[in-house]
Structures are given as C-alpha cells and as structure tokens.
Design a protein around this ligand. Structure first.
Ligand code: TLP
Length: 343
C-alpha cells in the first residue's frame, strides 16, 4: 500500500528500533527516565526555550497549553480550520472551559494577519463578551494544505498580542516542515511564542510522542496537567529514544517529502476537474478540490484503494500527505492511477 492519508502513518526506522531496544529507562512520573530527560533537554536546546515536556500526543500538548494559558470563560482565537478547533474533540471547552472564536483567513491561506486577529479580540467588554485569553497559531497549517507562517508574521502577532497581555501558543505539529521550507530555524520561528507543541510522530517518523515547550514554570505546571489527564507514562524512554532520532535526524531529509509533494501537485493540477493552487503547496501536504470532476472525492479514494493507494477525502477535497515511507516512484504510481480514475 502507498499510504498518503497522513504522515502519522510512518513506521519507525531500523535506527529508531535499535535505539528503542537499547534505551536506558526509569520511571518518568518521578522524572527519572534518563532518555526522556535527554529528549526534553535537547528539545529545549533546539528551540531555545527554558524547558520541554514529552507528551503522548500533540492533542495533549495543545490541551495542556490551552488550559494553562487561560481561565474558564475566556475565549481563544484560532484560524477556522485550525486543528485545536476542528480535530481535538472539543477539548478547549471540556478541559479548559473556554470558548473557541474561529477566524477566517480572508486569502484562504489559513495564515491570519494581525488585523484579522484583532477584529476578533475582546479586551474591554467585561460584562458582555468573553475576554480573549489566548491566540493559537498553527505552523504548518494542516487543513489549509501545509501552508507556512513566516517568522515575521509570527513575531508581529506575538508582539501585538503581548502588548495586550494575551499569550500566544503555537501548534507546531509540523514546525520542522515549515523550518525546512523557509530555511529558518525552529527556534526563530517560535522565538516569541509563549508555548510551542511539536509532534515527533508526524513527518519526523517517531511511533509516538509530542513535545510541549515553554518557560520552566509553565512546564512544571504542564507536568501536573499531563499526569491529571492520564499522560504519566513510566518507563517511556523506549519511545523517547525513537523521538531523539526523529528530532535530530529526520529534519535533514524532510526536503525530499516536499519535493515529492510538489511533483504530486504538478501532476494532479493537470487533471480535468481538479483544482489546486500549486503556489501554496510549500511542505508535505497536498489538498485538492475535485468538485468539477465527474466522480466524488470519496469515490476517487475508493478507486485509489483498488490500486493500492490510500488517500483521505474531506467533502469535495482530497488530502495526500508525503512522508519518508513514500518514494518518488510511489508518487508516479499515484499519478498514473489518478489519470486512469479521472479520465
Ligand atoms: N493531525 C492528524 C489528524 O488529527 C488530522 C493528521 O493526520 O494530520 N496539530 C496538528 C496541526 C495536527 O495535524 C495534529 C494531527 C495534531 C495537532 C494532533 O496530534 P496527535 O494526533 O498526536 O494528537
């Protein structure tokens, strides 16, 4: 099977499996797992943040951040296709008791401008509107097609939000993809954000795990919340060992996934009934609209499956995500199948 449904499907490499087998472990609830401690120290160093926490999932990292930055009754601002709003099972309201104020990015890029954010802020209506407690950014933006948020835009949003004493959390599930595409370090891309979450288990290829980063005090509090949410993981150095390789080695080859995504984009863009803004594809996520094709997105995915190819249908769109278990040849095979299906 050529699995383009997501970069979450990557299998650990043999180097990761060896490191997992050899990992030194301890009880991480007592903060005594040396491999987890090393992963956390290295992540903090790479991002230039004071501290980091190994979390089981990106969703948990985001949930903890939303909880710690806000108080019940606040509102958080997020782009309307953001993961925290659409795919985290309502946890901002369940865990943090906050409302989500989704904001549309007018240019369709998923990347908000400060003007768009500021028009949704509530800072001075104490008896009517919920006060804005947090701005959430996403880089790269998954559902907008892996679009990227530049350092300048992030810095501008952070500066203006901070002037109003509003913190900024960055869902950087795929920040290493953004970093490669922009040729900018993950530290620079997240420098002024109060917290960052990034996933080891997406394109970086670890089987499990995400990191939450912030100040020392924030991470100490996050450790309490991770335990409260059931994320105290004991001898989890076996997973942190894979995470260390994912974080330090895989970024060197992410550009190959981006090249494959570009080729895939060029190929599907030429098919009748497919529309995609090829210029917007900058990382490893390719989302195209098939409303003008003679068959539906769901039917196309079902036919692709008969050719041994997996992709995801969302309404009239199809998402294909490249990763290290998808080769250049797999992309050509996919394009040939697409040509047959969409005649
Ligand atoms: N994204 C998954 C699905 O949940 C949609 C995927 O296949 O792309 N932030 C962003 C931007 C994400 O894309 C994801 C996962 C998460 C957070 C959550 O990570 P996990 O799955 O580890 O909870």
């Amino acid at each position: 099977m050529i699995d383009l449904r997501s970069d979450t499907v990557t299998k650990p490499t043999s180097a990761m499996r060896k490191a997992m087998a050899a990992a030194e472990v301890g009880d991480d609830v007592y903060a005594e797992d040396p491999t987890v401690n090393l992963l956390q120290e290295k992540a903090a160093e790479i991002f230039g943040k004071e501290a980091a926490l190994f979390c089981p999932t990106g969703s948990m990292g985001n949930q903890i951040a939303v909880k710690l930055h806000t108080k019940a009754g606040d509102e958080i601002i997020i782009e309307e296709r953001g993961h925290i709003f659409n795919y985290e099972m309502g946890t901002p309201s369940v865990v943090a008791g906050v409302l989500v104020r989704p904001v549309r990015s007018a240019d369709g890029s998923g990347i908000l401008t400060w003007d768009e954010i500021s028009s949704a802020l509530h800072t001075n209506q104490p008896y009517y509107a919920c006060p804005t407690g947090l701005v959430c950014l996403e880089n790269s933006h998954n559902l907008a097609g892996g679009t990227i948020l530049t350092k300048d835009r992030t810095d501008e949003i952070c500066e203006k939000a901070h002037n109003l004493t509003i913190p900024v959390h960055l869902d950087g599930a795929r920040i290493f993809n953004a970093s490669v595409a922009l040729n900018e370090s993950v530290a620079e891309l997240s420098k002024n954000c109060d917290s960052v979450q990034f996933c080891l288990s997406k394109g970086l290829g670890a089987p499990v795990g995400s990191m939450l980063l912030g100040t020392k005090d924030f991470i100490e509090e996050a450790r309490v919340w991770r335990k409260r949410l059931g994320g105290g993981m004991r001898q989890v150095g076996v997973l942190a060992a894979a995470g260390l390789i994912a974080m330090t080695e895989t970024p060197k080859i992410l550009h190959l996934d981006h090249e494959n995504a570009k080729r895939l984009t060029e190929g599907v863009a030429n098919l009748k009934g497919v529309s995609i803004d090829a210029e917007k594809v900058a990382t490893n996520i390719v989302i195209f609209d098939v409303s003008n094709a003679e068959i539906t997105a769901g039917e196309i995915c079902a036919k692709l499956k008969e050719h041994g190819i997996l992709a995801s249908a969302f309404g009239n769109s199809i998402r294909m995500v490249t990763h290290y278990d998808v080769s250049k040849e797999d992309i050509e095979t996919t394009l040939k199948a697409m040509e047959k299906i969409i005649k």
